[in-house]
Design a protein around this ligand. Structure first.
Ligand SMILES: NC(=O)c1ccc[n+]([C@@H]2O[C@H](COP(=O)([O-])OP(=O)(O)OC[C@H]3O[C@@H](n4cnc5c(N)ncnc54)[C@H](OP(=O)(O)O)[C@@H]3O)[C@@H](O)[C@H]2O)c1
Length: 216
C-alpha cells in the first residue's frame, strides 16, 4: 500500500479531482475541510466515483493523517490556512497546488506575492515543514474524468531531490508524467504558466496542457 495523502481544501474542484485519481490508484486519501461535514460528504462522493478509500475530516485532522499534505485552497485563504495549521504540518512534506490567479486584460495573470510565489509564501510560514509546488497545470475537469488519459506533464519544484521524488510518485498515481523541475524558487513560473494555459484555453476554446520534449 502506498503512503496516504491528505488534501487541505480537498472538498473543492481540484481537491476532489486529485482525490479521485489517487484513490483509484490505491492511495488512501484524506480530504480536509474547514467543516468536517463537508469533508465527509466530499469523501463519500469521491469514493463513489473512484471505488477507492477516501476519508473526510477537518483540516487539522487531515494534517495529522499523512506525511504528505497537499494544499488546494484558493490563494485568498492560503496564508490563514497554513498559519493556523503550522504546528500540525511540522515535519511534513507540504505540496502547494495553489495559484495566485487574477483576471488581467480579459485573460489571466498572477497576483504579485512578496515571497515570490504562493509556494514560497507557504515555505516562509512553515519553517518546520518541507515544501514543494506541483499540480498547477492539471485541470480538475480532466482529473475528474477517470476515463481520460492524461498526456500532459506535471512540473514539480522542491529544494530537495527526495521531496521531488515523493511528488513524482503522486504524479504517477494520477496517471500523468511528473517532471522534476528544480528548486522551489521556480514555483513562480509554474504558478504563472497556468495563467498562460487558462488564457490559451479561453482564446482557443481548448483544454491545453504542457508537454516537455527532449527529456531523458
Ligand atoms: N480548479 C482547477 O482546475 C485547478 C487546477 C490547478 C490548480 N488549482 C488551484 O487549486 C486551488 C483550489 O482550486 P479549486 O478550483 O479547487 O477551488 P475551490 O473549489 O473554489 O476551493 C477549494 C476549497 O478550498 C476551501 N476554501 C475556500 N475558501 C477558503 C478560504 N478562504 N480559506 C480556506 N479554505 C478555503 C473550500 O473548502 P472548505 O470550505 O470545505 O474548507 C473549497 O472547497 C486554487 O489555488 C487553484 O488556483 C485549481
Amino acid at each position: 500500500m502506498e503512503e496516504p495523502v491528505a488534501i487541505l481544501g480537498g472538498t473543492g474542484k481540484e481537491g476532489r479531482g486529485l482525490a479521485a485519481r489517487w484513490s483509484r490508484a490505491g492511495r488512501r486519501v484524506v480530504i480536509g475541510s474547514r467543516d468536517p461535514e463537508r469533508a465527509v460528504a466530499a469523501a463519500a462522493a469521491v469514493a463513489a466515483l473512484s471505488g477507492g478509500e477516501v476519508a473526510g475530516v477537518d483540516n487539522a485532522e487531515a494534517c495529522a493523517a499523512a506525511d504528505t499534505v497537499v494544499l488546494a485552497t484558493p490563494f485568498e485563504g492560503l496564508d490563514a490556512t497554513v498559519t493556523t495549521h503550522a504546528g500540525a504540518l511540522r515535519g511534513r512534506l507540504v505540496v502547494s497546488a495553489v495559484i495566485p490567479l487574477q483576471v488581467v486584460d480579459g485573460g489571466f495573470g498572477t497576483i504579485p506575492v512578496p515571497e515570490g510565489s504562493a509556494a514560497e509564501l507557504v515555505a516562509a510560514r512553515l519553517p518546520g515543514s518541507r515544501v514543494a509546488a506541483a499540480f498547477h497545470n492539471i485541470s480538475y475537469k480532466l482529473l475528474m474524468d477517470l476515463d481520460h488519459t492524461l498526456d500532459e506533464d506535471i512540473p514539480v519544484a522542491a529544494d530537495a531531490e527526495a521531496d521531488r521524488e515523493v511528488v513524482l510518485e503522486l504524479c504517477r498515481d494520477l496517471g500523468a508524467r511528473g517532471v522534476a523541475a528544480g528548486p522551489l524558487s521556480l514555483a513562480h513560473y509554474l504558478e504563472g504558466f497556468t495563467a498562460v494555459l487558462l488564457t490559451l484555453n479561453k482564446l482557443h476554446r481548448s483544454q491545453a496542457g504542457i508537454r516537455f520534449t527532449g527529456l531523458r
